[in-house]
Design a protein around this ligand. Structure first.
Ligand code: UDP
Ligand code: MG
Length: 316
């Protein structure tokens, strides 16, 4: 009997979890030819999420859980999940029912044909999302696909059913600065894209503010592309070329007209421009150095403060 493992990252999801459990139990019942394991990862929630999870785990034999010592972020929650599940087929699913559990039977069926190693889901629209967020998301996906070799699909969700082999590779990739959408694309394997219409959150609010998303997109770019460093270098080359031309112009002017006093304004412009470009380039380099620093420290991705059983790795 094949085993399906689902990883549910939860951060302040007390209002969604019971509805999620209800939906999920229907699917478990419907797919009796499979064994199920549902691992809830409480990402340091500040509401009663953990209590609700404990209650669900008491009622359902197939439910396991772990709870982080603080909020480590969805990426760490997914990683902890991948490290601790035991199934043959594995998927991450949001707790807010935006990743419809109802797609699961179809996804499993596609995987079982043997033609694919993973079935990934993609929203075909962004209905219900603030237009400004959709706008920036579109720009981000266009840009990152141009400048990196990870294939990142616009509208792709983290909801993706994968075979064990793929998850073993993901666990092997122990980078601290994680951007799962990039990692999934980077490792390759044969992926089937399953399109569905966007579903709005069952209850509660999104955990992503504009600034959190901006930081996440910079993480994504720094993780999967060195193009910003190249841009910085080329800007350096362009500025050097321009300043050489300017120097030539100034020398010739001095020799021909002999006036040394004029030109204060243009001087300031050039100084400010070069100063700005230098600071920008240092900032770009700083981003990469900062990430490198975080990697060299090799701090754990997560720390577990409570869990359902002894099989769970407490620090990973
Ligand atoms: N999440 C998490 N840690 C965080 C933020 C979010 O585990 O720091 C979980 C959250 O509980 C949900 C999933 O990640 O199950 C997706 O979050 P959300 O629905 O807020 O994102 P959106 O769907 O708006 O992109
Ligand atoms: Mg959501």
């Amino acid at each position: 009997m094949r085993k399906i493992s689902l990883i549910i990252p939860c951060y302040n999801e007390e209002s969604c979890l019971l509805a999620f459990d209800q939906e999920m139990s229907k699917i478990v019942e419907q797919m009796q030819e499979y064994e199920f394991e549902i691992l809830y990862v409480d990402d340091g929630s500040k509401d009663h999420t953990l209590e609700v999870i404990r209650q669900i785990a008491q009622n359902r034999s197939y439910v396991r859980y772990l709870s982080f010592s603080r909020n480590f972020g969805k990426e760490s929650a997914m990683y902890a999940g991948f490290c601790n599940v035991t199934g043959d087929y594995i998927a991450v699913m949001d707790a807010d029912l935006q990743d419809p559990p109802g797609l699961l039977p179809d996804m499993v069926r596609i995987l079982e044909t043997g033609e694919y190693d993973s079935v990934a889901t993609r929203r075909v629209d962004r209905a219900g999302e603030p237009p400004i967020r959709s706008f920036f998301a579109r720009i981000f996906y266009k840009m990152i696909n141009k400048i990196s070799d990870a294939d990142i699909v616009d509208g792709a969700r983290d909801y993706r059913l994968m075979k064990r082999e793929m998850v073993d590779v993901i666990v092997e990739m122990g980078e601290r600065n994680r951007f799962s959408k990039g990692i999934f694309g980077w490792i390759g394997f044969r992926t089937y894209w399953y399109a569905f219409e966007n579903v709005e959150r069952a209850a509660g609010e999104t955990k992503w503010s504009f600034w959190k998303l901006l930081k996440y997109s910079i993480d994504g770019i720094v993780s999967f592309s060195q193009v910003p460093l190249n841009i910085a270098s080329w800007m350096g080359v362009a500025c050097t070329g321009l300043s050489l031309l300017a120097i030539l112009f100034i020398i010739v002017r001095k020799l021909v007209f002999g006036d040394a006093v004029q030109g204060w304004a243009s001087n300031m412009c050039v100084m400010l421009f070069i100063g700005g470009v230098q600071l920008f380039c240092m900032g770009v380099m700083g981003q990469y150095i900062g990430k490198t620093y975080a990697e060299t420290k090799k701090r754990p991705h997560y720390i577990v403060s409570e869990c359902s059983d002894d099989q769970i790795k407490k620090i990973g």
